[in-house]
Design a protein around this ligand. Structure first.
Ligand code: OAD
Length: 296
Protein backbone atom coordinates (compact mmCIF):
# COMPACT_ATOMS: atom_id res chain seq x y z
CA UNK A 1 0.00 0.00 0.00
CA UNK A 2 1.22 3.50 -0.91
CA UNK A 3 0.37 6.44 1.29
CA UNK A 4 -2.47 8.52 -0.05
CA UNK A 5 -1.85 12.07 -1.24
CA UNK A 6 -4.39 13.13 1.36
CA UNK A 7 -4.85 13.30 4.40
CA UNK A 8 -1.58 14.23 6.11
CA UNK A 9 -2.34 16.63 8.95
CA UNK A 10 -4.60 16.73 11.97
CA UNK A 11 -6.88 19.17 10.14
CA UNK A 12 -7.03 16.74 7.22
CA UNK A 13 -7.92 13.95 9.62
CA UNK A 14 -10.77 16.00 11.07
CA UNK A 15 -12.06 16.63 7.57
CA UNK A 16 -11.93 12.89 6.81
CA UNK A 17 -13.63 12.13 10.13
CA UNK A 18 -16.40 14.64 9.33
CA UNK A 19 -17.12 12.82 6.09
CA UNK A 20 -16.64 9.30 7.49
CA UNK A 21 -19.64 7.05 7.90
CA UNK A 22 -18.02 3.69 8.60
CA UNK A 23 -14.92 3.83 10.74
CA UNK A 24 -12.97 0.74 11.79
CA UNK A 25 -11.01 1.29 15.01
CA UNK A 26 -8.30 -1.30 15.55
CA UNK A 27 -7.02 -1.28 19.11
CA UNK A 28 -4.30 -2.87 21.22
CA UNK A 29 -2.95 -2.89 24.75
CA UNK A 30 -1.76 0.74 24.54
CA UNK A 31 -5.31 2.05 25.05
CA UNK A 32 -5.45 0.54 28.55
CA UNK A 33 -1.98 1.37 29.89
CA UNK A 34 -3.20 4.67 31.38
CA UNK A 35 -5.42 2.54 33.63
CA UNK A 36 -2.42 0.66 35.00
CA UNK A 37 -2.76 -2.44 32.80
CA UNK A 38 0.62 -3.17 31.19
CA UNK A 39 0.98 -3.68 27.46
CA UNK A 40 3.05 -6.58 26.14
CA UNK A 41 6.06 -5.31 24.18
CA UNK A 42 6.96 -1.92 25.70
CA UNK A 43 9.94 -1.69 28.01
CA UNK A 44 7.55 -1.72 30.97
CA UNK A 45 5.34 -4.31 29.28
CA UNK A 46 4.47 -7.82 30.43
CA UNK A 47 6.95 -9.67 28.23
CA UNK A 48 9.93 -7.84 29.72
CA UNK A 49 8.92 -8.96 33.20
CA UNK A 50 8.84 -12.64 32.42
CA UNK A 51 12.55 -13.49 32.41
CA UNK A 52 12.07 -15.33 35.73
CA UNK A 53 9.91 -17.91 33.95
CA UNK A 54 12.91 -19.07 31.91
CA UNK A 55 10.92 -19.36 28.68
CA UNK A 56 12.65 -19.24 25.28
CA UNK A 57 10.19 -16.56 24.23
CA UNK A 58 7.93 -14.76 26.74
CA UNK A 59 5.03 -15.06 24.29
CA UNK A 60 4.99 -18.77 25.19
CA UNK A 61 3.08 -17.79 28.29
CA UNK A 62 0.09 -17.58 25.90
CA UNK A 63 0.99 -20.76 24.03
CA UNK A 64 -1.79 -23.33 24.12
CA UNK A 65 0.59 -26.32 23.99
CA UNK A 66 2.52 -25.00 27.01
CA UNK A 67 -0.76 -24.28 28.84
CA UNK A 68 -1.81 -27.90 28.32
CA UNK A 69 1.58 -29.05 29.60
CA UNK A 70 1.65 -26.78 32.64
CA UNK A 71 -1.14 -24.23 33.22
CA UNK A 72 0.56 -22.91 36.35
CA UNK A 73 3.00 -20.93 34.15
CA UNK A 74 0.16 -18.85 32.70
CA UNK A 75 -1.53 -18.53 36.07
CA UNK A 76 1.69 -17.29 37.69
CA UNK A 77 1.41 -14.09 35.60
CA UNK A 78 -2.28 -13.88 34.66
CA UNK A 79 -3.01 -11.56 37.61
CA UNK A 80 -0.76 -8.92 36.02
CA UNK A 81 -3.04 -8.54 33.03
CA UNK A 82 -6.38 -9.03 34.78
CA UNK A 83 -7.99 -5.61 35.05
CA UNK A 84 -8.72 -4.51 38.60
CA UNK A 85 -10.86 -1.72 37.33
CA UNK A 86 -14.09 -1.16 35.50
CA UNK A 87 -12.87 2.31 34.58
CA UNK A 88 -12.09 3.06 30.99
CA UNK A 89 -9.69 5.45 29.34
CA UNK A 90 -10.43 8.56 27.22
CA UNK A 91 -9.49 6.40 24.23
CA UNK A 92 -12.23 3.89 25.08
CA UNK A 93 -14.57 6.88 25.46
CA UNK A 94 -13.49 8.15 22.03
CA UNK A 95 -14.50 4.85 20.42
CA UNK A 96 -17.85 5.03 22.23
CA UNK A 97 -18.23 8.60 20.94
CA UNK A 98 -17.77 7.37 17.36
CA UNK A 99 -20.50 4.83 18.09
CA UNK A 100 -22.78 7.56 19.47
CA UNK A 101 -22.14 9.66 16.37
CA UNK A 102 -23.30 6.66 14.33
CA UNK A 103 -20.02 6.32 12.44
CA UNK A 104 -18.39 3.34 14.20
CA UNK A 105 -18.50 0.40 11.81
CA UNK A 106 -16.56 -1.85 14.17
CA UNK A 107 -13.97 -1.86 16.94
CA UNK A 108 -11.57 -4.75 16.37
CA UNK A 109 -9.76 -5.04 19.69
CA UNK A 110 -6.89 -7.33 20.57
CA UNK A 111 -7.44 -6.50 24.23
CA UNK A 112 -8.63 -9.12 26.65
CA UNK A 113 -9.49 -6.71 29.46
CA UNK A 114 -13.11 -6.33 28.32
CA UNK A 115 -13.03 -2.59 29.17
CA UNK A 116 -14.80 -1.74 25.90
CA UNK A 117 -18.00 -3.11 27.38
CA UNK A 118 -17.67 -0.83 30.45
CA UNK A 119 -17.24 2.09 28.06
CA UNK A 120 -20.58 1.14 26.50
CA UNK A 121 -19.42 -0.13 23.14
CA UNK A 122 -22.21 -2.37 21.86
CA UNK A 123 -21.51 -6.09 21.54
CA UNK A 124 -22.35 -6.01 17.83
CA UNK A 125 -19.89 -3.16 17.24
CA UNK A 126 -17.10 -5.03 19.01
CA UNK A 127 -14.87 -7.88 17.88
CA UNK A 128 -12.66 -9.19 20.67
CA UNK A 129 -10.14 -10.71 18.30
CA UNK A 130 -8.17 -12.43 21.05
CA UNK A 131 -11.17 -13.29 23.23
CA UNK A 132 -11.39 -11.97 26.79
CA UNK A 133 -11.47 -12.74 30.50
CA UNK A 134 -15.27 -12.40 30.43
CA UNK A 135 -15.82 -16.17 30.26
CA UNK A 136 -13.76 -19.29 30.94
CA UNK A 137 -13.91 -22.87 29.67
CA UNK A 138 -12.66 -26.20 31.04
CA UNK A 139 -9.93 -27.55 28.77
CA UNK A 140 -11.07 -31.12 29.49
CA UNK A 141 -14.87 -31.20 29.42
CA UNK A 142 -15.77 -27.84 27.85
CA UNK A 143 -17.73 -26.65 30.91
CA UNK A 144 -18.29 -22.88 30.60
CA UNK A 145 -18.44 -20.34 33.38
CA UNK A 146 -18.41 -16.58 33.93
CA UNK A 147 -14.84 -15.26 34.00
CA UNK A 148 -15.53 -13.61 37.36
CA UNK A 149 -15.85 -17.06 38.93
CA UNK A 150 -12.13 -17.63 38.46
CA UNK A 151 -10.91 -14.09 39.24
CA UNK A 152 -10.17 -14.92 42.93
CA UNK A 153 -7.96 -17.85 41.83
CA UNK A 154 -6.24 -15.69 39.21
CA UNK A 155 -5.57 -12.92 41.73
CA UNK A 156 -4.03 -15.47 44.13
CA UNK A 157 -1.93 -17.10 41.41
CA UNK A 158 -3.87 -20.39 41.74
CA UNK A 159 -4.89 -22.70 38.93
CA UNK A 160 -8.72 -22.68 38.78
CA UNK A 161 -10.37 -26.08 38.60
CA UNK A 162 -13.54 -27.09 36.77
CA UNK A 163 -16.34 -27.88 39.26
CA UNK A 164 -17.88 -30.42 36.89
CA UNK A 165 -14.61 -32.34 36.48
CA UNK A 166 -13.99 -32.24 40.23
CA UNK A 167 -17.36 -33.90 40.92
CA UNK A 168 -16.64 -36.50 38.25
CA UNK A 169 -13.17 -37.10 39.66
CA UNK A 170 -14.58 -37.63 43.17
CA UNK A 171 -17.10 -40.13 41.84
CA UNK A 172 -14.43 -41.96 39.88
CA UNK A 173 -12.07 -42.09 42.84
CA UNK A 174 -14.52 -43.50 45.37
CA UNK A 175 -14.40 -47.24 44.56
CA UNK A 176 -10.96 -47.19 43.01
CA UNK A 177 -9.25 -45.24 45.77
CA UNK A 178 -7.11 -48.06 47.11
CA UNK A 179 -5.94 -48.96 43.63
CA UNK A 180 -4.98 -45.37 42.70
CA UNK A 181 -3.03 -44.95 45.92
CA UNK A 182 -1.07 -48.09 45.07
CA UNK A 183 -0.05 -46.87 41.66
CA UNK A 184 2.10 -43.80 41.14
CA UNK A 185 2.02 -44.39 37.39
CA UNK A 186 -1.71 -43.68 37.09
CA UNK A 187 -1.23 -40.27 38.70
CA UNK A 188 1.73 -39.38 36.50
CA UNK A 189 -0.33 -40.06 33.37
CA UNK A 190 -2.81 -37.34 34.23
CA UNK A 191 -1.83 -34.13 32.42
CA UNK A 192 -1.41 -31.07 34.64
CA UNK A 193 -4.15 -29.29 32.71
CA UNK A 194 -6.73 -32.01 33.36
CA UNK A 195 -9.92 -30.33 34.59
CA UNK A 196 -8.41 -26.83 34.48
CA UNK A 197 -10.44 -23.75 33.58
CA UNK A 198 -8.88 -21.42 31.02
CA UNK A 199 -10.10 -17.88 30.34
CA UNK A 200 -11.52 -17.59 26.83
CA UNK A 201 -8.45 -15.72 25.64
CA UNK A 202 -7.12 -16.76 22.24
CA UNK A 203 -3.73 -18.33 22.89
CA UNK A 204 -1.05 -18.74 20.23
CA UNK A 205 -1.96 -21.99 18.48
CA UNK A 206 -5.72 -21.43 18.85
CA UNK A 207 -8.16 -20.14 16.26
CA UNK A 208 -9.51 -16.62 16.58
CA UNK A 209 -13.22 -16.27 17.35
CA UNK A 210 -15.13 -16.94 14.09
CA UNK A 211 -16.69 -13.48 14.34
CA UNK A 212 -13.32 -11.96 13.36
CA UNK A 213 -13.16 -13.44 9.88
CA UNK A 214 -16.91 -13.47 9.34
CA UNK A 215 -17.29 -9.74 9.90
CA UNK A 216 -13.99 -8.56 8.44
CA UNK A 217 -14.17 -10.52 5.21
CA UNK A 218 -17.96 -10.70 5.16
CA UNK A 219 -18.35 -6.96 4.64
CA UNK A 220 -16.38 -4.67 6.98
CA UNK A 221 -13.22 -4.66 4.87
CA UNK A 222 -15.18 -3.31 1.91
CA UNK A 223 -17.67 -1.12 3.75
CA UNK A 224 -15.09 0.77 5.81
CA UNK A 225 -14.17 4.34 4.84
CA UNK A 226 -11.51 5.09 7.50
CA UNK A 227 -9.18 2.97 9.61
CA UNK A 228 -7.85 4.25 12.94
CA UNK A 229 -5.27 1.99 14.64
CA UNK A 230 -4.60 2.87 18.28
CA UNK A 231 -2.08 1.52 20.80
CA UNK A 232 -0.98 -1.60 19.00
CA UNK A 233 2.44 -2.71 17.76
CA UNK A 234 0.72 -4.65 14.95
CA UNK A 235 3.05 -7.58 15.58
CA UNK A 236 0.47 -10.34 15.84
CA UNK A 237 -1.24 -11.84 12.80
CA UNK A 238 -3.92 -12.18 11.59
CA UNK A 239 -5.11 -8.95 13.26
CA UNK A 240 -2.05 -7.09 11.96
CA UNK A 241 -3.14 -8.02 8.43
CA UNK A 242 -6.20 -5.75 8.63
CA UNK A 243 -4.08 -2.83 7.39
CA UNK A 244 -3.28 -4.81 4.24
CA UNK A 245 -6.71 -6.35 3.74
CA UNK A 246 -8.54 -3.02 3.47
CA UNK A 247 -8.76 -1.44 0.02
CA UNK A 248 -5.66 0.74 -0.49
CA UNK A 249 -7.65 3.94 -1.01
CA UNK A 250 -9.10 3.87 2.52
CA UNK A 251 -7.26 6.42 4.72
CA UNK A 252 -5.30 4.79 7.55
CA UNK A 253 -4.37 6.59 10.77
CA UNK A 254 -1.90 5.29 13.38
CA UNK A 255 -1.87 6.55 16.98
CA UNK A 256 0.68 5.03 19.36
CA UNK A 257 3.74 5.73 21.45
CA UNK A 258 5.97 3.67 19.16
CA UNK A 259 6.23 3.83 15.39
CA UNK A 260 5.63 0.64 13.44
CA UNK A 261 8.41 -0.67 11.26
CA UNK A 262 6.64 -0.67 7.90
CA UNK A 263 4.88 2.61 8.11
CA UNK A 264 2.36 2.96 5.34
CA UNK A 265 -0.08 5.00 7.38
CA UNK A 266 -1.34 8.29 5.99
CA UNK A 267 -1.15 10.02 9.36
CA UNK A 268 0.90 8.89 12.35
CA UNK A 269 0.50 10.41 15.82
CA UNK A 270 3.35 9.30 18.03
CA UNK A 271 2.52 9.83 21.68
CA UNK A 272 -0.04 9.13 24.35
CA UNK A 273 -3.28 8.01 22.69
CA UNK A 274 -5.44 9.64 25.37
CA UNK A 275 -3.85 13.00 24.53
CA UNK A 276 -4.24 12.36 20.80
CA UNK A 277 -7.95 11.55 20.98
CA UNK A 278 -8.59 14.54 23.24
CA UNK A 279 -6.93 16.75 20.63
CA UNK A 280 -9.00 15.23 17.84
CA UNK A 281 -12.22 15.58 19.83
CA UNK A 282 -11.44 19.22 20.60
CA UNK A 283 -10.69 19.98 16.94
CA UNK A 284 -13.93 18.27 15.96
CA UNK A 285 -15.88 20.38 18.46
CA UNK A 286 -17.05 17.21 20.20
CA UNK A 287 -16.85 16.38 23.90
CA UNK A 288 -15.56 13.25 25.55
CA UNK A 289 -17.47 11.57 28.34
CA UNK A 290 -15.21 9.43 30.46
CA UNK A 291 -14.72 8.61 34.09
CA UNK A 292 -11.13 7.51 34.36
CA UNK A 293 -8.61 8.73 36.86
CA UNK A 294 -5.30 9.11 35.11
CA UNK A 295 -2.20 7.65 36.67
CA UNK A 296 0.86 9.75 36.05
P1 OAD B 1 1.90 -4.41 22.29
O1 OAD B 1 2.44 -4.36 23.69
O2 OAD B 1 2.61 -5.26 21.32
O3 OAD B 1 1.83 -2.93 21.68
C1 OAD B 1 1.28 -1.87 22.42
C2 OAD B 1 1.56 -0.58 21.69
O4 OAD B 1 0.91 0.47 22.38
C3 OAD B 1 3.05 -0.23 21.64
O5 OAD B 1 3.32 0.29 20.35
C4 OAD B 1 3.19 0.87 22.70
O6 OAD B 1 4.20 1.80 22.38
C5 OAD B 1 1.84 1.52 22.62
N1 OAD B 1 1.40 2.20 23.85
C6 OAD B 1 1.53 1.83 25.13
N2 OAD B 1 0.93 2.72 25.95
C7 OAD B 1 0.43 3.70 25.15
C8 OAD B 1 -0.28 4.91 25.39
N3 OAD B 1 -0.64 5.30 26.60
N4 OAD B 1 -0.62 5.66 24.32
C9 OAD B 1 -0.29 5.28 23.06
N5 OAD B 1 0.37 4.15 22.79
C10 OAD B 1 0.73 3.36 23.81
O7 OAD B 1 0.36 -4.81 22.41
P2 OAD B 1 -0.61 -5.32 21.26
O8 OAD B 1 -0.26 -4.73 19.95
O9 OAD B 1 -1.98 -5.13 21.77
O10 OAD B 1 -2.05 -11.49 22.57
O11 OAD B 1 -0.27 -6.87 21.25
C11 OAD B 1 -1.00 -7.74 20.42
C12 OAD B 1 -1.15 -9.10 21.07
O12 OAD B 1 0.13 -9.57 21.48
C13 OAD B 1 -1.97 -9.09 22.32
O13 OAD B 1 -3.34 -9.17 22.09
C14 OAD B 1 -1.45 -10.28 23.09
C15 OAD B 1 0.00 -10.23 22.75
O14 OAD B 1 0.65 -11.46 22.66
C16 OAD B 1 -2.64 -12.34 23.45
O15 OAD B 1 -2.76 -12.08 24.61
C17 OAD B 1 -3.14 -13.58 22.89
Amino acid sequence: RQRLAYPHTLDDLCQVLKNAKKVIVLTGAGISTSLGIPDFRSESGLYNKLAFLGLNDPQEVFDIALFREDPSIFYSVAKDILPETSKFSPTHAFIKLLQDKGILLRNYTQNIDNLESYAGIDAEKLVQCHGSFATATCVTCGFKTEGEEIFPDIRNGNVPKCPQCQVREKEKNKPAKAKINDSDEDEEDVPKSEGVLKPDITFFGEALPTKFEELLLGGDAHDCDLLICIGTSLKVAPVSEIVRILPPDIPQIYISKTAVHHNEFDITFLGNCDDAVELIVEKMGWSLDHEMTRRH
